[in-house]
Design a protein around this ligand. Structure first.
Ligand code: GCO
Ligand code: MG
Length: 404
């Protein structure tokens, strides 16, 4: 069997998605997500110019060999563009292998290690009261875990807070040229503990609560926040500091027992091996599309399983339903699953990517169809042309560029 065709489909049903579709000479097709928010066309060009020409004619069943060929064969290793492109190929090949075997991909990964995949949703509000109303809505929908973000008094906008009240999905890539927001760590640190004091007082001890710092603190600031949040028993504090300096997490760890989750911007095992092997984090948030596909994600999670680190895959709306479908097959099969992020896509996006995964009682369940159980409706996709959109840039109150 040979790969007969491969094409990149860029579509914007509300936001941009890049999808790779691979077709074999026997007419079996597979799909992989290649979306890198704000840098979509860079991955599309990488696939079109450098990957598709070497895929044609290859044996689609040789997943590991193809992964190694694309990774080692590029000479220039790692990086989000390269690894998203490799991920798309890898995911599509797992989809094809599942269809060939007549089995859902999770069966090829060892079968179900749990009944359902626990997911968390995003509650947010300009004020604490608005955010609490949103938490209540997620509880009503059956969620067992909720991430809570609020506006910060004195700051005009804050990461994670959408102006569209009632929307279960939102997209921070809001303009072609990046918008700018203003940040104050001092105002933020004074406010966040009050949010979680309210959440615990209103919703009790049972609901799992999470918070995303979105890379904005230094290790000692993160240590203080983690310590102040300890009474509220968070499931995790996410991305407290940028993680290029993995050893920086030692300082946070010395001061707090609040569990830490990191990794949505990582693209290989090398970005997190120290965090994992020194047990500096509790959840690793890499996911299929940005971390080299099912093959490499499994490798990261297997390393993590040796060090008491659980998975917590990224699942924002800028990862397409193809990525979500693939993530669920991994989540249900690994021994060290922790939690899966689940931001719902818009109805337009769901229509472009018909899928068989389903939500019930706070759990997601992967499709039982052969392969991944997700596809792309190419005719519908063609109705939504690409629109340039960038993530915001963040500055301190004195104008210094900060992490967004
Ligand atoms: C999350 C993430 C996202 C990112 C987004 C960037 O935890 O869901 O932080 O909200 O900001 O994926 O494209
Ligand atoms: Mg995050």
């Amino acid at each position: 069997m040979k790969i007969a065709d491969a094409k990149v489909i860029v579509t914007c049903p509300g936001r941009n998605f890049v999808t790779l579709k691979i077709v074999t000479d026997e007419g079996i097709s597979g799909v992989g997500d290649a979306t890198l928010n704000g840098r979509e066309l860079a991955v599309a060009a990488y696939l079109n110019d450098h990957v598709i020409p070497v895929l044609l004619g290859r044996d689609p069943t040789r997943i590991e060999d193809t992964w190694q060929y694309l990774y080692r064969g590029a000479y220039w290793r790692r990086g989000p563009v390269t690894m998203s492109a490799i991920a798309a190929v890898d995911t599509a090949l797992w989809d094809i292998k599942g269809k060939l075997a007549g089995l859902p991909v999770y069966q090829l990964l060892g079968g179900r290690a749990r009944d359902g995949v626990t997911v968390y949703g995003h509650a947010n509000g300009e004020t604490v009261d608005e955010a609490m109303a949103e938490v209540a809505r997620y509880v009503e929908l059956g969620y067992r875990a909720v991430r809570v973000q609020t506006g910060v008094p004195g700051l005009a906008t804050t990461y994670g807070v959408t102006r569209e009240r009632g929307a279960l999905a939102y997209e921070p890539a809001d303009s072609a040229i990046p918008s700018e927001s203003v940040w104050s760590t001092r105002r933020y640190l004074a406010h966040v503990p009050t949010v979680f004091a309210s959440a615990r007082a209103e919703f009790g001890p049972d609901i799992q609560l999470l918070h995303d710092v979105h890379h904005r603190l230094t290790p000692i600031e993160a240590a203080r926040l983690g310590r102040e949040l300890e009474p509220y028993g968070l499931t995790w504090l996410e991305d407290p500091v940028p993680a290029e300096l993995q050893e920086g997490f030692r300082l946070i760890r010395q001061h707090t027992t609040t569990p830490l989750a990191v990794g949505e911007v990582f693209n290989t095992i090398w970005d997190c091996h120290q965090l994992i092997t020194e047990q500096l984090i509790d959840y690793i948030r890499t996911t299929v599309v940005h971390a080299g596909g099912i093959t490499h994600l499994r490798r990261i999670f297997d390393l993590a399983s040796l060090y008491h680190v659980r998975s917590g895959s990224h699942g924002a709306t800028d990862l397409s339903p193809v990525c979500m479908a693939a993530a669920l097959h991994v989540d249900i099969a690994i021994p060290n699953f922790g939690l899966q992020e689940y931001m719902r896509h818009t109805p337009e996006t769901d229509a472009v990517f018909p899928h068989g995964y389903r939500f019930a009682d706070g759990y997601l369940y992967p499709s039982d169809e052969p392969g991944l159980g997700v596809d792309i409706d190419e005719e519908l996709a063609a109705l939504y042309p690409y629109r340039p959109a960038s993530l915001p840039v963040n500055r301190l109150e004195d104008g210094t560029v900060h992490n967004w």
